[in-house]
Design a protein around this ligand. Structure first.
Ligand code: SF4
Length: 351
């Protein structure tokens, strides 16, 4: 079977090369071509013998994506729809954002998502599978090759629940992290979760320096369960215990995502409950101004309300900021703007 060469960490690739009777040190050369020189074919790896290049072609592929569609907004944000070339017609979305500190990419971790958050556009997408490490890494390479920019930050906030594809996400982080790979420090990688408690403990024990971003959206179990079914399995008390464990193990601040929906979770009592929940924790609250959802269940809070909510948190010792509104809404910040959203996730759909 032909394998995606981008699925392998450097050490794993050395083992793969041994299996085809090649010297392990060749793995470093191959890594250099893929992740530093960013070539897209084995033929371009000119310091490898033709014999080795032929062997690579027989045993591996480069896991390249095809850009199906690209949207670009006036603020420099680019949203890509990729054909991931898995012979099943699966497509995924990736977003490139430009900030003053550099370029950030928002990667997908699964094809579809099982979590069923009520406010999320991914909920309508049939879950197929988790992306492989190579498919996660390729999102970065494909966009760097298309734009010529160097990506400095990665957020796992695209389609899918990263902790529901734990092993592959960890393998991808290893490749992203490796000085011989893309050399993106763990501090520049952020993992978002809807709150899969056992996996938060597992992640904490990895002692990676990644930022953990938890989609909270309410401090009230009833309201949170309505928005996020995962809360029925792992209610807020259990989630908070896991978050405290993560902070203790990593000494890293957790970012709590809180999407404000009018008359749902944006009143003074909600702010008070949130303060009570997070008081004393190494935490930051990221307030998200949501867009109206098409069935009208969750409506955007007024700007005045959003600012009041933020100020109330800040005045009471909880650091809170309002997320910049990007033109393309996406997954946890989905609440998609209809005219800019890709609605095809399978070939042959509508766009
Ligand atoms: S918000 Fe995240 S976890 Fe929830 S359904 Fe959407 S992609 Fe899945």
């Amino acid at each position: 079977m032909i394998k995606n060469i981008k699925n392998y960490s450097l050490e794993e690739l050395k083992d793969e090369l041994k299996k085809i009777d090649e010297k392990p040190y060749r793995a470093e050369q191959i890594y250099e071509w893929i992740y530093k020189k960013k070539v897209e074919s084995f033929e371009e790896m000119t310091n490898l013998s033709i014999d080795l290049r032929n062997k690579l072609n027989t045993n591996f592929n480069m896991g390249l994506f095809k850009i199906v569609k690209k949207l670009e907004s006036s603020d420099g944000t680019k949203k890509y729809l990729f054909d991931i070339n898995d012979n099943k017609g699966n497509l995924i979305e990736t977003v490139l954002m430009q900030y003053h500190h550099g370029y950030t990419i928002c990667v997908s971790s699964q094809i579809g998502c099982r979590m069923g958050c009520k406010f999320c556009a991914s909920t309508g997408i049939k879950f197929e599978r988790g992306l492989t490490a190579g498919e996660i890494v390729e999102q970065i390479l494909a966009i760097e090759n298309d734009t010529g920019v160097t990506i400095s930050n990665i957020v796992f906030m695209g389609i899918g629940e990263p902790l529901d594809n734990y092993e592959n996400v960890m393998s991808a982080i290893k490749i992203l992290n490796s000085p011989k790979g893309l050399n993106i420090g763990a501090r520049h990688i952020s993992i978002s979760t809807s709150g899969i408690v056992p996996m938060i403990y597992k992640l904490a024990d990895e002692k990676l320096q990644c930022t953990l971003s938890v989609s909270l959206h309410s401090s009230n179990n009833k309201k949170r369960s309505e928005m996020m079914p995962i809360n029925n399995s792992y209610p807020i008390e259990e989630l908070m215990k896991a978050c405290k464990y993560y902070i203790k193990k990593t000494n890293k601040r957790i970012s709590f995502e809180y999407a404000l929906a009018k008359d749902n979770n944006d009143n003074l009592q909600d702010a008070k409950d949130l303060i009570k929940l997070l008081k004393g924790m190494l935490a930051h609250v990221n307030l998200i101004p949501i867009n109206n959802i098409e069935d009208g269940k969750y409506i955007k809070s007024t700007n005045e309300n959003i600012m009041k909510f933020r100020d109330y948190l800040n005045d009471n010792g909880i650091v809170a900021t309002i997320r910049r509104e990007l033109r393309f809404r996406y997954k946890c910040c989905v609440w998609s703007v209809k005219k800019t959203k890709f609605v095809i996730l399978k070939r042959g759909g509508n766009s």
